[in-house]
Write a new protein. Structure first.
Length: 343
C-alpha cells in the first residue's frame, strides 16, 4: 500500500525534477518521526514525503530557525480545516493532516540555518519534532545534539539523565523548590515525560509540562537558593490570581488547608480543606495525548454547600460530573467531578 502511495507521490515529483534532496520521513507510534534530524545543503530545494505509519493523524510543518515553539503555540488556535497550520511567515512549508496509512509531500527551499520540522496537530508539537540543518558544516554527534526531540534523546539512550537521589521509578514524586510555586511545591511525573507541579501551601495545581521531569542537581549543590529545573515544556499553567474552587457562591474563594497526601500505585491523592469541606484530588495522565485529568472527591461537606470550579488559566477544560454555570464556572453535580486539562 505504501509502495503504491509512494509511486503516486513520485509522479509529479519527477515532472518537477528540481529537488536537490528528497527524503521520506515516517510518522511512527509514540508521537514521533522516524528521522531524528535532517541535514541538507544550504540554498537547496528539499522535498519531504511524510508517510503516516501511526494510528493517529499527523502533519509536518517546517518552521524558520528558532520559530518552532511560536508556531506550535499559534497552531493551537487554528482549526482542523486549516490543518492546524497557522498563516505565519514563520512557516516555511506544511503538509495537510495526514491520516493513518496515507502520505503527503512538501517542497521548499532553505537557506543556511537550523530549521525545525514539527507536527502541529494539537498537543503533538511539544514532543514530535526534529531539527532540519541546512548547512555544509559537520553536525554535532547525534548523542550530543541539543535540538533533538526529548523522546528521541531518550530512545538513543543519549539523554543526559538529570541527577536523582535514587533510581527513579515512575510515577515519581518530589517535594522540592521549583519556579512559579511556593516552597511547599510537590512535583509529580507520571512516566518521566508527563509531569505536573502541585502547590501544597495553596492547595492547587500550578502547571503541567511534557518532555521530562525535574533536574535537581543545581538545587542540591546550592545553599538552598536555587530551584530544581523543569525539564521539558510547560503546556498548561493556572491563573495564579483565581483560586479554582469556590464554595457556596461562584465568587467565594475558600480558606484552604493542606491535610497531606496518600500514595496509591505511587500516585498521590492530595487531601485538603476548602473552608470546612474536605476534598481529595487525584491527577492522572490522559492516555495517548498530552494532558491530565483532575479528579475531585468531596469526602466531607458538613453544611452541604455548593462547590464550583473556576476553569481559568491557559489551556482547555472538559468537565465530567459538573455543569457549566457561566463565565468559566462549573457547578459540581455530585460528590465527585473531574476536569480534563489539555494544552
Ligand atoms: Cu502529530
Amino acid at each position: 500500500m505504501y509502495r503504491t502511495l509512494l509511486l503516486l507521490c513520485l509522479g509529479p515529483l519527477w515532472a518537477w525534477g528540481q529537488s536537490d534532496t528528497t527524503l521520506v520521513i515516517k510518522a511512527i507510534a509514540g508521537m514521533q518521526y522516524d528521522l531524528p534530524r535532517i541535514q541538507v545543503k544550504p540554498g537547496s530545494r528539499v522535498t519531504l514525503i511524510l508517510e503516516n505509519y501511526d494510528d493517529m493523524a499527523h502533519n509536518l510543518v517546517v518552521t524558520r530557525p528558532g520559530a518552532r515553539l511560536t508556531v506550535v503555540e499559534q497552531a493551537l488556535k487554528v482549526t482542523a480545516e486549516k490543518n492546524y497550520v497557522p498563516e505565519s511567515p514563520l512557516v516555511v512549508a506544511s503538509t495537510k493532516i495526514v491520516i493513518p496509512g496515507a502520505s503527503e509531500q512538501v517542497t521548499f527551499r532553505v537557506e543556511e540555518g537550523t530549521y525545525s520540522y514539527v507536527c502541529t496537530y494539537p498537543g503533538h508539537g511539544f514532543i514530535m519534532y526534529g531539527p532540519l540543518y541546512a548547512t555544509s558544516k559537520p553536525l554535532p554527534p547525534l548523542a550530543k545534539d541539543p535540538n533533538l526531540a526529548p523522546i528521541v534523546k531518550e530512545k538513543l539512550g543519549a539523554k543526559k539523565e538529570p541527577a536523582h537521589a535514587f533510581a527513579l521509578e515512575y510515577p515519581a514524586l518530589y517535594r522540592t523548590w521549583v519556579p512559579g510555586a511556593s516552597p511547599a511545591a510537590i512535583v509529580v511525573s507520571f512516566d518521566g515525560n508527563s509531569s505536573y507541579c502541585w502547590d501544597a501551601a495553596q492547595c492547587r495545581l500550578r502547571y503541567a509540562w511534557t518532555g521530562g521531569f525535574v533536574d535537581n542537581e543545581e538545587q542540591w549543590y546550592s545553599k538552598g537558593d536555587k530551584y530544581s529545573k523543569i525539564v521539558g515544556e510547560t503546556y498548561w499553567k493556572e491563573d495564579s490570581l483565581n483560586y479554582p474552587l469556590r464554595v457556596g457562591s461562584p465568587d467565594h474563594i475558600p480558606q484552604v488547608r493542606f491535610l497531606g497526601y496518600k500514595l496509591k500505585d505511587r500516585l498521590p491523592t492530595f487531601r485538603y480543606l476548602i473552608d470546612d469541606i474536605e476534598v481529595h484530588e487525584t491527577l492522572t495522565a490522559l492516555p495517548g495525548e498530552i494532558g491530565l485529568v483532575r479528579r475531585f472527591a468531596v469526602v466531607r461537606n458538613p453544611s452541604s454547600r455548593k462547590i464550583y470550579f473556576h476553569a481559568s488559566g491557559k489551556g482547555s477544560f472538559v468537565p465530567t460530573g459538573a455543569d457549566p454555570a457561566g463565565s468559566g464556572l462549573f457547578l459540581a453535580q455530585s460528590t465527585t467531578f473531574s476536569l480534563a486539562v489539555r494544552p
